[in-house]
Design a binder for this molecule. Structure first.
Ligand SMILES: C[C@H](CCC(=O)NCCS(=O)(=O)O)[C@H]1CC[C@H]2[C@@H]3[C@H](O)C[C@@H]4C[C@H](O)CC[C@]4(C)[C@H]3C[C@H](O)[C@]12C
Length: 324
C-alpha cells in the first residue's frame, strides 16, 4: 500500500510512501527539458518542463512512480486494484497509457487549472509497457502549490475529485475515503471532555485520548484516516529542516514495518522509500526502509536543458553517525 501527502509551511512539499514487498531498482531521476518524451499514441514532447522524482528507468524511458516538475506541479501513482479500469483507444481523445500519464501531465502543465483542461481530453488506454511490465492498476494525486485532485479511471469513466485533504492512499474509491472521515468527527488533538455521560466520572488518564478511535492498522482506509488526522493537525516551524522533518513524520504515522503485513510465507510489505519534494526549490528528499538519513537530490544542480536523463540509485544502507 502507499500513502501520498502534501504539506505547506513557507514552501510546499509533496511526497509519498512506496509500500511493496519488492523493489524494481527505482532511482531518483531527473528528466531535463529536451529529453524527447515518446508516447505510444500521442505526439512526442520534444521539449517540456523538467521533472524530478522516483522512476524505474527501462530502455532509457523513466517510468515514474511520483514526480514534481520545475513549476512545482506534482503527481504520484498509487495502487488501485480492482477499481482501475483502462480503456480502448478512442478517436478525438489524447490516448495516453497509465505509464505515460505522469510525464504527459508534468511535461505540459504548471497548475491544477491547466491539468483539468488536459484531463478533459484524456483517455487512459490499456497498452502495456512490455510483456514483462504490464499495466498497474493505479489512481493518482496531482497537486500544485494551492490545491490537489485525485484522478481515478474506473468502469464508469474518468473521475476527477477535488482533494481537500491532500492525502491519498489506495482502495476504496476516493469519494468513499472522504465520506469515511465523517465517522471520526469526534476525534480531537485536544484534551477530551467527558461527553459520554454526566452520570459517571471518567478520567483522562493519558495524553492523546482525544484521538481514541483513529485507526492504527495498515489497511488503506485506516491509513487514509490516520494520515489525514496527522497532516491536518500538523504544526511545525517553517525552516527547511523543520518542514521536511514534519513531513516525514506525517508519512511515518502510516509506515509499514516489516512483519506487520504478511503476504505469503516470508513475504512482507514494507515502506521501501518515503519521499518529500520541496516543490518550490525542486529538491527531492528521501529515506529508505534501512536508511533513516534524509538524502536530497536538487534538480537545479543538473543541466535542465540537456537531452539526457540523470538517475541516482537510492542509498539504501543505514548511515550511522557514531558520536564519540
Ligand atoms: C505498486 C506501486 C504502488 C504501491 C502501492 O500502492 N502498493 C499497495 C499494494 S496494495 O494496494 O495493497 O495491493 C506502484 C506505484 C508506481 C508503479 C510503477 C509505475 O507505474 C511505473 C511502471 C509502470 C508499468 O506499467 C509497470 C511497472 C511500473 C514500474 C509500476 C510498478 C508498480 O505498479 C508501482 C511501483
Amino acid at each position: 500500500m502507499c500513502t501520498a501527502a502534501t504539506y505547506t509551511t513557507k514552501d510546499h512539499y509533496f511526497g509519498r510512501n512506496l509500500d511493496l514487498e519488492f523493489s524494481y531498482n527505482e532511482t531518483v531521476t531527473v528528466t531535463p527539458r529536451n529529453y524527447p518524451f515518446q508516447f505510444r499514441k500521442v505526439k512526442a514532447l520534444e521539449s517540456h518542463y523538467a521533472m524530478i522524482g522516483t522512476a524505474f528507468v527501462v530502455d532509457n524511458y523513466p517510468l515514474y512512480y511520483d514526480a514534481t516538475n520545475e513549476k512545482g506541479l506534482s503527481m504520484a501513482g498509487l495502487n488501485f486494484p480492482e477499481n482501475a479500469d483502462y480503456k480502448q483507444e478512442a478517436e478525438g481523445k489524447d490516448n495516453v497509457t497509465p505509464f505515460e500519464f505522469i510525464p504527459w501531465i508534468l511535461g505540459q502543465c504548471s497548475t491544477i487549472k491547466e491539468v483539468k483542461e488536459l484531463l478533459g481530453r484524456i483517455n487512459l488506454i490499456n497498452i502495456n509497457f512490455s510483456e514483462k511490465l504490464p499495466l498497474s492498476p493505479l489512481h493518482w494525486m496531482i497537486s500544485d502549490r494551492n490545491e490537489s485532485i485525485t484522478v481515478e479511471s474506473v468502469k464508469e469513466g474518468m473521475k476527477i475529485y477535488d482533494n481537500p485533504v491532500g492525502i491519498l492512499t489506495n482502495n476504496p474509491t476516493f469519494d468513499i475515503q472522504i465520506f469515511n472521515l465523517n465517522n471520526y468527527v469526534n476525534a480531537t488533538r485536544e484534551i477530551p471532555e467527558n461527553r459520554f455521560s454526566s452520570a459517571i466520572a471518567l478520567d483522562v488518564y493519558s495524553r492523546g485520548m482525544g484521538g481514541i478511535g483513529i485507526p492504527g492498522d495498515l489497511s488503506s482506509s485506516s491509513r487514509f484516516v490516520k494520515a489525514v488526522f496527522t497532516k491536518l493537525n500538523s504544526v511545525s516551524g517553517t525552516s527547511e529542516s523543520e518542514s521536511i522533518s514534519q513531513f516525514f513524520h506525517i508519512l511515518g504515522s502510516v509506515n509499514q514495518e516489516r512483519g506487520c503485513v504478511r503476504l505469503a510465507e516470508d513475504t512482507y510489505e514494507i515502506t521501501i522509500y518515503s519521499s518529500c519534494c520541496n516543490v518550490d526549490k525542486g529538491v527531492y528528499y528521501y529515506k529508505t526502509y534501512e536508511n533513516s538519513q534524509i538524502t536530497g537530490v536538487d534538480m537545479h544542480n543538473e543541466n535542465l536543458d540537456s537531452q539526457s536523463i540523470v538517475s541516482y540509485p537510492l542509498i539504501k544502507e543505514q548511515q550511522i553517525k557514531i558520536q564519540n
